[in-house]
Design a protein around this ligand. Structure first.
Ligand SMILES: Nc1ncnc2c1ncn2[C@@H]1O[C@H](COP(=O)(O)OP(=O)(O)OP(=O)(O)O)[C@@H](O)[C@H]1O
Ligand SMILES: [Mg+2]
Length: 360
């Protein structure tokens, strides 16, 4: 394996160093290699993508051909990098790893492409962050297995065509919508990764516990799974924090109670909300009666930047059906009141509001 680049994504999730942040932190990067499933059979969940990919790869193997280019899209921590390595393993092919931001110039890409071996898998992480000229070079490489290397400068510059061995490009992106259509169209297969169900995350946790040599009860795994925001990376991280607690405060054995108390210490609640998420909800409910309230006002109320509230806290709250973004501002749903143990205000009485529908 050849690491051309290990740079991080730089999303707001990283900045906050949250236990429930979906992007990889330093510790994740160190331990993830050990926890990654190595084959499609070991890969938990994502049934549809797995089944389709299985066909694509088996057919290519049977034809003795290189597999079609694969695009993997989905939120951070759902297994895109893992799956790219599995693709290489299933094809018995070596893998080269790089990322969009690492490719500044078309020449960087040309150097990588021209050194690929036949059948090699080129994993291009964060493919939406590649420079324009590199992207255009990639079009030709993907379609015709050819690049034009420009030699010289100005009027004297000449393009020297260079044949490439057939390879499989595996592109990963958290933002499929940002990919230019000509690039998207050049992938023979696109797999969209979904958030995992609790049951699937329980399997991830049991598998990781076994690899880390931990004893964990079934209901403890389910307790952790429920707080993991549908994301294996978070499940694995929470499992490690629970392990720490179990080793220091208990006998190492992870019971449901140990898991619940440990995650309480780390301020990850039963639904996977952390302190920031709850602060946003609490302000919305207690200070603004559930909204609607403008984003800026809400941000000031919790003492955070607008962007932090919008990009770090809100997506999960919206996904969980706790908060809605409306043209008039942020609004709490009834589930938000219930989650924080508060009673939603009765619909406005008197002349105005909904009461008017029924009153005279
Ligand atoms: N389907 C799965 N089964 C078991 N473990 C998984 C699965 N998907 C992901 N994981 C675990 O979650 C961790 C994160 O996965 P991975 O690095 O592949 O995510 P990613 O989608 O590439 O994230 P990013 O967008 O941040 O690059 C891995 O270490 C792996 O152990
Ligand atoms: Mg990745």
């Amino acid at each position: 394996m050849n690491w051309d680049d290990t740079s991080e994504t730089g999303t707001p999730d990283d900045a906050a160093e949250r236990l429930v942040g979906a992007s990889a932190d330093g510790e994740d990067q160190a331990v993830e290699a050990a926890l990654r499933p190595k084959s499609l059979g070991e890969f938990v969940g994502q049934e549809r993508v797995r089944e389709q990919l299985d066909l694509v790869l088996k057919a290519a193997l049977a034809r003795g051909a290189t597999a079609d280019h694969v695009l993997l899209s989905g939120a951070p921590g759902l297994g895109k990098t893992t799956l790219s390595m599995i693709i290489a393993a299933e094809m018995n092919a070596p893998i080269r790893i790089t990322s969009g931001p690492a490719i500044q110039h078309a020449g960087d890409l040309a150097a990588i492409l021209s050194s690929l071996q036949e059948g090699e898998v080129l994993f291009l992480d964060e493919i939406h962050r590649m420079s324009r000229p590199a992207e255009e070079m990639l079009y030709m490489a993907m379609e015709d297995f050819r690049v034009d290397v420009i030699v010289g400068k100005g009027p004297g510059a000449t393009a020297i065509p260079l044949e490439l061995p057939p390879f499989t490009l595996v592109g990963a992106t958290t933002r499929a919508g940002l990919l230019p259509p000509p690039l998207r169209d050049r992938f023979g297969f696109t797999g969209h990764m979904e958030f995992y169900t609790s049951t699937e995350l329980e399997r991830v946790i049991h598998r990781s516990a076994q690899l880390l040599d931990l004893e964990i009860d079934a209901d403890a795994a389910s307790e952790i799974a429920g707080r993991s925001r549908g994301t294996p990376r978070i499940a694995n991280r929470l499992l490690r924090r629970v392990r720490d607690y179990a080793q220091v405060k208990a006998d190492g054995h992870i019971t449901r109670e140990v898991a619940a108390v440990a995650l309480g210490v780390y301020e990850v609640d039963a639904r996977g909300l952390d302190r920031l998420d709850r602060a946003v909800l609490q302000a919305l409910l207690k200070l603004f009666g559930g909204g609607p309230v403008g984003l800026s006002t809400l941000a000031v109320a919790v003492g955070e930047e607008r962007e932090t509230v919008e990009e770090v806290a809100e997506p999960f709250l919206v996904r969980e059906g706790l908060l809605a973004r409306t043209p008039r501002g942020r609004v709490a749903t009834p589930a938000a009141w219930t989650h924080l143990g508060l009673v939603p205000p009765a619909p406005a009485g008197g002349a105005g509001g909904q009461a008017g529908l029924f009153g005279g």
